[in-house]
Design a protein around this ligand. Structure first.
Ligand code: 5RP
Length: 222
Protein backbone atom coordinates (compact mmCIF):
# COMPACT_ATOMS: atom_id res chain seq x y z
CA UNK A 1 0.00 0.00 0.00
CA UNK A 2 1.12 3.58 -0.64
CA UNK A 3 1.14 6.11 2.19
CA UNK A 4 -2.02 7.64 0.75
CA UNK A 5 -3.77 4.26 0.68
CA UNK A 6 -2.75 3.72 4.33
CA UNK A 7 -4.22 7.12 5.24
CA UNK A 8 -7.48 6.13 3.55
CA UNK A 9 -7.53 2.74 5.30
CA UNK A 10 -7.04 4.29 8.74
CA UNK A 11 -9.68 6.93 7.97
CA UNK A 12 -12.20 4.19 7.25
CA UNK A 13 -11.19 2.36 10.44
CA UNK A 14 -11.78 5.60 12.39
CA UNK A 15 -15.24 5.95 10.82
CA UNK A 16 -16.01 2.40 12.02
CA UNK A 17 -14.62 3.22 15.49
CA UNK A 18 -16.91 6.25 15.73
CA UNK A 19 -19.91 4.24 14.54
CA UNK A 20 -19.24 1.64 17.25
CA UNK A 21 -18.34 3.95 20.18
CA UNK A 22 -20.06 7.33 19.78
CA UNK A 23 -23.72 7.36 20.87
CA UNK A 24 -26.21 8.56 18.27
CA UNK A 25 -26.70 12.34 18.62
CA UNK A 26 -23.35 12.93 20.36
CA UNK A 27 -20.77 15.53 19.30
CA UNK A 28 -17.62 14.56 17.37
CA UNK A 29 -14.38 16.57 17.20
CA UNK A 30 -12.57 16.54 13.86
CA UNK A 31 -8.87 17.20 13.28
CA UNK A 32 -6.88 18.81 10.49
CA UNK A 33 -4.65 17.49 7.72
CA UNK A 34 -4.72 15.01 4.86
CA UNK A 35 -5.57 11.98 7.04
CA UNK A 36 -8.34 13.94 8.77
CA UNK A 37 -9.63 14.97 5.34
CA UNK A 38 -9.98 11.31 4.33
CA UNK A 39 -11.79 10.74 7.64
CA UNK A 40 -14.25 13.56 6.87
CA UNK A 41 -14.96 12.03 3.48
CA UNK A 42 -15.52 8.59 5.04
CA UNK A 43 -17.76 10.06 7.75
CA UNK A 44 -20.20 11.80 5.44
CA UNK A 45 -22.60 8.85 4.91
CA UNK A 46 -23.20 8.68 8.69
CA UNK A 47 -23.53 12.44 9.26
CA UNK A 48 -27.21 12.17 10.30
CA UNK A 49 -26.18 10.03 13.31
CA UNK A 50 -24.08 12.90 14.72
CA UNK A 51 -25.40 15.66 16.98
CA UNK A 52 -22.88 17.94 15.31
CA UNK A 53 -19.16 18.34 14.77
CA UNK A 54 -16.47 20.63 16.19
CA UNK A 55 -13.77 21.70 13.72
CA UNK A 56 -10.12 22.12 14.77
CA UNK A 57 -9.32 24.63 11.99
CA UNK A 58 -10.90 26.89 9.39
CA UNK A 59 -9.91 24.40 6.65
CA UNK A 60 -11.64 21.54 8.45
CA UNK A 61 -14.68 23.76 9.11
CA UNK A 62 -14.95 24.46 5.36
CA UNK A 63 -14.64 20.80 4.43
CA UNK A 64 -17.16 19.63 7.04
CA UNK A 65 -19.67 22.31 6.05
CA UNK A 66 -19.11 21.48 2.38
CA UNK A 67 -20.11 17.89 3.13
CA UNK A 68 -23.34 19.10 4.77
CA UNK A 69 -22.28 18.52 8.40
CA UNK A 70 -23.63 20.63 11.25
CA UNK A 71 -20.52 22.51 12.47
CA UNK A 72 -21.00 23.83 16.01
CA UNK A 73 -19.19 26.55 18.00
CA UNK A 74 -17.19 24.99 20.83
CA UNK A 75 -18.58 27.61 23.21
CA UNK A 76 -22.05 26.16 22.69
CA UNK A 77 -20.94 22.60 23.51
CA UNK A 78 -20.19 21.05 26.90
CA UNK A 79 -19.18 17.64 25.76
CA UNK A 80 -17.25 16.07 22.87
CA UNK A 81 -17.44 12.28 22.93
CA UNK A 82 -14.59 11.48 20.54
CA UNK A 83 -11.93 13.58 18.81
CA UNK A 84 -10.31 12.06 15.71
CA UNK A 85 -7.11 13.61 14.38
CA UNK A 86 -3.81 12.75 12.70
CA UNK A 87 -0.30 13.42 14.00
CA UNK A 88 3.17 14.11 12.65
CA UNK A 89 4.80 11.68 15.11
CA UNK A 90 3.48 9.42 17.86
CA UNK A 91 5.46 7.35 20.36
CA UNK A 92 4.75 4.22 22.43
CA UNK A 93 3.12 6.24 25.24
CA UNK A 94 0.81 7.87 22.64
CA UNK A 95 2.46 11.26 23.11
CA UNK A 96 2.52 13.15 19.81
CA UNK A 97 4.01 15.95 17.80
CA UNK A 98 1.25 17.79 15.94
CA UNK A 99 0.93 21.06 14.06
CA UNK A 100 2.51 20.22 10.72
CA UNK A 101 -0.60 21.87 9.27
CA UNK A 102 -0.34 24.76 11.72
CA UNK A 103 -3.59 24.01 13.55
CA UNK A 104 -2.00 22.92 16.85
CA UNK A 105 -3.68 25.44 19.16
CA UNK A 106 -7.25 24.71 18.13
CA UNK A 107 -6.43 21.00 17.97
CA UNK A 108 -5.17 21.15 21.56
CA UNK A 109 -8.33 22.92 22.69
CA UNK A 110 -10.63 20.37 21.06
CA UNK A 111 -8.51 17.52 22.46
CA UNK A 112 -8.82 19.03 25.95
CA UNK A 113 -12.61 18.96 25.78
CA UNK A 114 -12.92 15.47 24.26
CA UNK A 115 -13.47 12.35 26.36
CA UNK A 116 -11.50 10.15 23.95
CA UNK A 117 -8.73 11.20 21.56
CA UNK A 118 -8.38 8.77 18.65
CA UNK A 119 -5.16 9.35 16.70
CA UNK A 120 -5.11 8.12 13.10
CA UNK A 121 -1.73 7.56 11.46
CA UNK A 122 0.14 5.59 8.90
CA UNK A 123 3.11 3.56 10.13
CA UNK A 124 5.69 6.18 9.08
CA UNK A 125 4.52 8.40 11.99
CA UNK A 126 5.15 5.78 14.71
CA UNK A 127 8.53 6.50 16.35
CA UNK A 128 10.58 5.40 19.37
CA UNK A 129 11.56 8.97 20.32
CA UNK A 130 9.78 12.18 19.31
CA UNK A 131 11.75 14.98 17.66
CA UNK A 132 12.84 14.07 14.16
CA UNK A 133 9.81 16.02 12.91
CA UNK A 134 10.42 19.74 13.68
CA UNK A 135 8.30 20.81 16.66
CA UNK A 136 5.81 23.57 15.73
CA UNK A 137 5.39 26.40 18.24
CA UNK A 138 2.67 29.05 17.75
CA UNK A 139 3.94 32.49 18.73
CA UNK A 140 2.48 35.98 19.15
CA UNK A 141 4.19 38.00 16.36
CA UNK A 142 5.89 40.60 18.62
CA UNK A 143 7.50 37.79 20.66
CA UNK A 144 9.01 35.90 17.70
CA UNK A 145 12.68 36.80 18.33
CA UNK A 146 12.42 36.38 22.12
CA UNK A 147 10.77 32.98 21.83
CA UNK A 148 13.33 31.88 19.21
CA UNK A 149 16.18 32.74 21.60
CA UNK A 150 14.54 30.77 24.42
CA UNK A 151 13.95 27.75 22.17
CA UNK A 152 17.62 27.82 21.12
CA UNK A 153 18.56 27.67 24.81
CA UNK A 154 16.49 24.50 25.08
CA UNK A 155 18.73 22.93 22.44
CA UNK A 156 16.65 23.37 19.30
CA UNK A 157 17.07 25.36 16.10
CA UNK A 158 13.90 27.39 15.49
CA UNK A 159 12.97 28.39 11.95
CA UNK A 160 10.15 30.74 11.06
CA UNK A 161 7.51 29.06 8.86
CA UNK A 162 7.73 31.55 6.00
CA UNK A 163 4.51 33.09 4.66
CA UNK A 164 2.30 31.27 7.14
CA UNK A 165 -0.23 32.85 9.52
CA UNK A 166 -2.30 30.62 11.82
CA UNK A 167 -6.09 30.74 12.05
CA UNK A 168 -5.50 32.80 15.22
CA UNK A 169 -3.36 35.44 13.46
CA UNK A 170 -0.03 34.21 14.84
CA UNK A 171 3.32 32.85 13.56
CA UNK A 172 4.80 29.35 13.69
CA UNK A 173 8.40 28.58 14.67
CA UNK A 174 9.39 25.03 13.64
CA UNK A 175 12.05 23.78 16.05
CA UNK A 176 14.58 21.41 14.49
CA UNK A 177 17.09 19.15 16.18
CA UNK A 178 15.26 18.34 19.41
CA UNK A 179 15.57 14.84 20.80
CA UNK A 180 12.55 14.68 23.08
CA UNK A 181 13.11 12.19 25.89
CA UNK A 182 10.73 13.83 28.36
CA UNK A 183 7.82 15.15 26.30
CA UNK A 184 5.56 16.26 29.19
CA UNK A 185 8.39 18.28 30.78
CA UNK A 186 9.36 19.95 27.51
CA UNK A 187 5.71 20.69 26.68
CA UNK A 188 5.35 22.60 29.97
CA UNK A 189 8.72 24.36 29.60
CA UNK A 190 7.85 25.69 26.14
CA UNK A 191 4.37 26.74 27.25
CA UNK A 192 6.06 28.74 30.00
CA UNK A 193 7.91 31.04 27.57
CA UNK A 194 6.23 34.46 27.37
CA UNK A 195 4.74 34.90 23.90
CA UNK A 196 4.13 31.20 23.21
CA UNK A 197 0.48 30.49 22.47
CA UNK A 198 0.90 26.70 22.42
CA UNK A 199 3.32 24.06 21.20
CA UNK A 200 2.86 20.92 19.14
CA UNK A 201 3.74 18.46 21.89
CA UNK A 202 0.60 16.60 22.88
CA UNK A 203 2.02 14.67 25.83
CA UNK A 204 0.21 15.89 28.96
CA UNK A 205 -2.96 15.08 27.03
CA UNK A 206 -1.87 12.42 24.56
CA UNK A 207 -4.03 10.10 22.53
CA UNK A 208 -6.20 7.46 24.22
CA UNK A 209 -6.37 5.20 21.19
CA UNK A 210 -4.07 4.90 18.18
CA UNK A 211 -5.36 3.48 14.91
CA UNK A 212 -2.16 2.71 13.01
CA UNK A 213 -2.21 1.72 9.35
CA UNK A 214 0.53 -0.64 8.24
CA UNK A 215 0.86 -1.98 4.71
CA UNK A 216 -1.18 -5.07 5.68
CA UNK A 217 -3.72 -3.97 8.32
CA UNK A 218 -4.95 -1.25 10.69
CA UNK A 219 -3.78 -1.99 14.25
CA UNK A 220 -5.51 -0.70 17.38
CA UNK A 221 -3.07 0.46 20.11
CA UNK A 222 -4.33 1.62 23.54
C1 5RP B 1 -2.22 19.63 11.65
C2 5RP B 1 -1.79 18.36 12.28
C3 5RP B 1 -1.96 17.11 11.49
O1 5RP B 1 -2.69 16.20 12.24
C4 5RP B 1 -0.63 16.53 11.17
O2 5RP B 1 0.17 17.53 10.54
C5 5RP B 1 -0.73 15.29 10.28
O3 5RP B 1 -1.13 15.67 9.00
P1 5RP B 1 -1.32 14.63 7.81
O4 5RP B 1 -2.48 13.76 8.17
O5 5RP B 1 -1.58 15.50 6.61
O6 5RP B 1 -0.04 13.85 7.67
O7 5RP B 1 -1.34 18.31 13.40
O8 5RP B 1 -1.93 20.75 12.45
Amino acid sequence: MTQDEMKQAVAHAARDYVAAHLPVGAILGVGTGSTANYFIDALTPMKDRLGGVIASSEATHQRLAGHGMLVLDLNDVEHIGIYVDGADEIDESLAMIKGGGGALTREKIVAAVADTFVCICDASKHVATLGRFPLPVEVIPMARAHVARQLSQLGGTPKLREGFITDNGNLILDVHGLRINQPTTLESQIDGIAGVVSNGLFARRGADVLLLATSSAVKVVK
